[in-house]
Write a protein that binds this ligand. Structure first.
Ligand code: SF4
Length: 406
């Protein structure tokens, strides 16, 4: 069961326990590069990112924000754009009112709003949020945790008869930083339903601990993510491990997977991974799922791998059209199996499945539709024939969901 929260609206996107968990991402372009940033936001939105955050770190970036948002809207991209502020957010939001107005939400890191004037700078950002009627995310990060607060809490801990471990104090300090900042924001006039919290760390066990504590202390929606998750499979697996435990406990209302792309790599991978985490946990559906066995000594020909790959690619190619023409198609389950051992069984559990002949089996491939053996394919055209059966299934089953005139 989802942890109960209030709903925070980010433009038209609601975030909170009464709504689906929202997928978000962040650009890595120089925000002052308007065409480059617009292009990347479009790609992230096309991949399914429902919110996109951009860095607003200096005057040229703040000046670029209105242009970026306007260009996106001109091309019918309505994705809310969130501004990521550190150190000088109080100055930029005040000096560039159009930037403050065009952003859908401000991200504030309470550890990065100054030391001497910490609360004053923080309150200036909150004043801008109130003025422009914007929500904020109070995003604590252990790499930039409020050192004054941490020192205070460490000192206090050392005076206890049985001091806690330093790691526990650090986690408590992260939660305290988020909660203290949220209280200050509300005292400064920001509505309760304009605040989202996050407390990101880079270790999976720490993430689970800190979010469990954060979840217990309030009904603010939570933004979930591992900070600096890393590259490649390490980043994907660590994010999946941490987020899955928390999501399974009902914790988390919007997620971001912070992958480090290879130089020139595809930024949209983080969106696909976030979607797949939610879909694997059966929390949301984004794309049809293809179940394929790993193959083994019974699949010595490459026919099976090739068919699984072709079907996967075909579905992805069709999805932009299928999604609009056949509502519900994202829940489709397809199985492509390598031999008779698990092939028929797994195929029967899918909406549509094919069990290919393993090494030494008769060259025929039974196809199962809604659990029933519907057809047996043979010969060189198995791949093409299966694709045609898949097309017909999609039209028959999901075409019924079409709106009249659609
Ligand atoms: S279904 Fe057949 S080919 Fe696939 S892994 Fe199992 S035994 Fe191997």
């Amino acid at each position: 069961m989802r942890r109960k929260t209030v709903t925070v609206k980010i433009d038209e996107i609601p975030v909170g326990s009464d709504h689906p968990i929202v997928v978000q991402s962040m650009t890595n372009t120089d925000t002052a590069d308007i065409p480059g940033t617009v292009e990347q936001v479009k790609r992230l939105a096309d991949a399914g990112s429902e919110l996109v955050r951009i860095t607003v770190n200096n005057d040229p970036a703040a000046k670029a924000v209105p242009d970026i948002v306007n260009r996106l809207r001109q091309h019918d991209y309505m994705t809310p754009i969130i501004g990521d502020f550190h150190y000088n957010g109080h100055l930029l939001l005040t000096r560039f009112p159009d930037c403050a107005k065009m952003l859908a939400k401000y991200r504030i890191n309470p550890g990065n709003v100054g030391t001497r004037h910490r609360d004053k700078n923080f309150m200036t950002i909150i004043e801008q949020a109130v003025l422009h009627n914007k929500p904020v995310r109070i995003g604590v990060n252990w790499g930039s945790l409020d050192q004054v607060l941490l020192t205070e809490m460490m000192d206090e801990n050392s005076r206890l008869p049985e001091p806690l471990e330093a790691k526990t104090v650090m986690i408590n300090a992260m939660v305290e930083s988020a909660m203290r900042s949220a209280r200050l924001a509300e005292e400064s006039g920001l509505s309760h339903n304009k605040i989202i919290l996050s407390a990101k760390v880079s270790g999976v066990q720490d993430l689970i601990q800190v979010y469990r504590k954060l979840a217990g202390g309030s009904d603010y929606p939570l933004h979930l993510g591992l900070t600096e998750a890393g590259m490649g499979s390490k980043g994907i697996i660590a994010s999946t491990a941490g987020l899955s435990v928390l999501l399974q406990e009902g914790i988390g209302d919007t997620i971001r997977v912070s992958l480090t792309p290879k130089p020139g790599g595809d930024r949209t991978e983080e969106v696909r991974v976030a979607q797949q985490i939610l879909q694997s946990l059966e929390l949301r559906s984004f794309n049809p799922q293809v179940t394929a066995c790993p193959g083994c000594g019974r699949t010595t020909s490459s026919l099976f791998q090739k068919l699984a790959d072709d079907i996967w690619a075909y579905i992805h190619q069709q999805m932009p059209v299928w999604r609009t023409k056949f509502p519900g198609v994202e829940e489709l389950k397809v199985a492509v199996m390598g031999c008779v051992v698990n092939g028929p069984g797994e195929s029967k559990h899918a909406d549509i499945g094919i069990s290919l002949p393993g090494t030494g089996e008769a060259p025929k491939a039974p196809v199962y539709i809604d659990g029933i053996h519907a057809k047996t394919l043979r010969g060189e055209t198995i791949a093409r024939d299966f694709q045609a059966i898949l097309d017909a299934y999609v039209v028959n089953r999901f075409g019924r969901n079409q709106q009249p005139g659609g």
